[in-house]
Design a protein around this ligand. Structure first.
Ligand code: FDA
Length: 391
């Protein structure tokens, strides 16, 4: 049996559903094929079940891509405010948690229900348990094989996301399909992912559960948020953010006392010469972390007995503590994927392939990756609208 549509969208995730709704509401006959038993599974687990659906400050600077300009057009044409208006029109209550991050007050299911309602308004057909296994392109028409059924359309949208969290069924299907059509793929790697420590740094694994407000830096990208020590190494928002910029072999530097003005240890020596580095660190950080840092720096004497040079060196060490992660926790724990279908292959206005008319790619499948904090969903919505309005 062959079904004919104007557009077939592969993947009923954030981007696929949004794109389908827009195209359907413009009168297009749209089919969405989803391999899972229900749509929007990543939305459901996102933001700890409350879906951090956008970020008030989302702009091109919050995204990684081989072409940092690519995301500008779509992000400018569908803004966080546009998505908030949609959420509000469904009466979904939300709040700003921190740093412009907007979360649902209730369960993330509300966002999935909203997207499905938008799809229903456009008479979109969402078919679950339909894993796409083959796509053929002949005489300008795409034929898609999914779970034994074939559907055809003039337009095909790749919205199958990235390989982060394979346990949930995530795959790199988008990349194989893109390559089949001759599109380049920027090497995918795990991002927003905990980093692991080995060697001498296993010491820090002993303080699993301890966190601290830090500035973490990898490859010149710095993030002022919390770092968390884990039984495998480093996590917490500051480290997850930095991990997107980190590559194997790179150091990650951590400023453990970002609020302290330069020279604070010399000031402390004058004001409180009987204090020790350890006692001062214990005032600012969790005891177990303070003890490890003080021990590693090795300045055991009272400040009054320490040379200014030694204190300056200790301060510098605390400002630029250098970790040498021996790896990351990989796609199994990565919240997103950096890399993907090269933006050089796509129109930034419509997300259509420059080489294959009628072929589109949106969402996480594309080489545009947001920071932690609602930016990835904003890209999913914005890229989906760009394509959905052009199909
Ligand atoms: P998405 O992965 O959502 O959807 C792709 C769909 O395609 C899936 O439903 C998949 O089953 C389907 N598919 C794959 N292969 C297929 C095939 N061969 N045939 C048919 N269907 C196929 N972001 C954010 O902004 N705020 C947040 O709070 C969070 N929180 C969060 C938590 C966790 C644990 C994770 C793992 C991720 C987040 N994210 C996030 C990231 C966010 O979930 C992600 O960027 C978007 O879901 C990407 O949307 P897409 O639609 O591109 O892919």
């Amino acid at each position: 049996m062959t079904d004919a549509y104007d557009a077939i969208i592969l993947g009923a995730g954030a981007a696929g559903l949004m794109c389908a709704a827009r195209a359907g509401q413009r009168g297009k006959r749209v089919l969405v094929l989803e391999k899972a038993e229900k749509p929007g599974k990543k939305i459901l687990i996102s933001g700890g079940g409350r879906c951090n659906f956008t970020n008030l400050g989302a702009g091109p600077a919050n995204y990684l891509s081989a072409n940092p300009h690519f995301a500008k057009s779509a992000l400018a044409r569908y803004t966080p405010q546009d998505f908030i208006e949609l959420v509000d029109s469904y009466g979904i209550a939300w709040h700003e948690k921190t740093l412009g991050q907007l979360f649902c007050d209730g369960p993330a299911q509300q966002i999935v229900d909203m997207l499905l309602a938008e799809c229903a308004k456009g008479a979109v057909e969402v078919r679950c348990n339909a894993e796409v296994t083959a796509v053929e392109h002949d005489a300008g028409r795409f034929a898609v094989m999914a779970s034994g059924q074939i559907a055809t359309a003039d337009k095909l949208v790749i919205a199958t996301g990235g390989p982060s969290i394979p346990k949930m069924g995530a795959t790199g299907y988008a990349y194989g399909l893109a390559r089949q059509f001759g599109l380049k793929v920027v090497e995918p790697r795990p991002a927003l992912v905990p980093l692991t420590l080995g060697g001498e740094e296993v010491l820090f694994r002993e303080i699993s559960g301890v966190s601290a407000p830090v500035v973490a830096t990898a490859n010149k990208a710095s993030f002022a948020e919390a770092a968390l020590f884990t039984h495998r190494g480093l996590s917490g928002p500051a480290i997850l953010q930095a991990s997107s910029y980190w590559r194997p072999g790179d150091p990650v530097t951590v400023d453990f006392l970002p609020a302290r003005a330069p020279g604070w240890l010399l000031d402390a020596k004058r004001e409180n010469p009987r204090a020790t580095l350890k006692s001062l660190l214990r005032e600012a950080l969790a005891d177990r972390l303070a003890d490890i840092l003080a021990e590693k720096i090795g300045l055991a004497v009272e400040l009054g007995n320490a040379s200014d040079k030694a204190l300056q060196a200790a301060e510098e060490q605390l400002r630029r503590w250098t970790f040498h992660p021996n790896g990351s926790e990989g796609f199994a724990k990565a919240e997103v994927t950096v890399g993907g279908i090269s933006t050089a292959e796509l129109s930034s206005k419509t997300m259509e392939s420059n080489k294959i008319p009628g072929l589109y790619a949106i969402g996480e499948a594309v080489d545009v990756t947001g920071w932690l904090g609602g930016y990835n969903f904003q890209w999913a919505w914005a890229s989906a609208v760009a394509a959905g309005d052009a199909l």
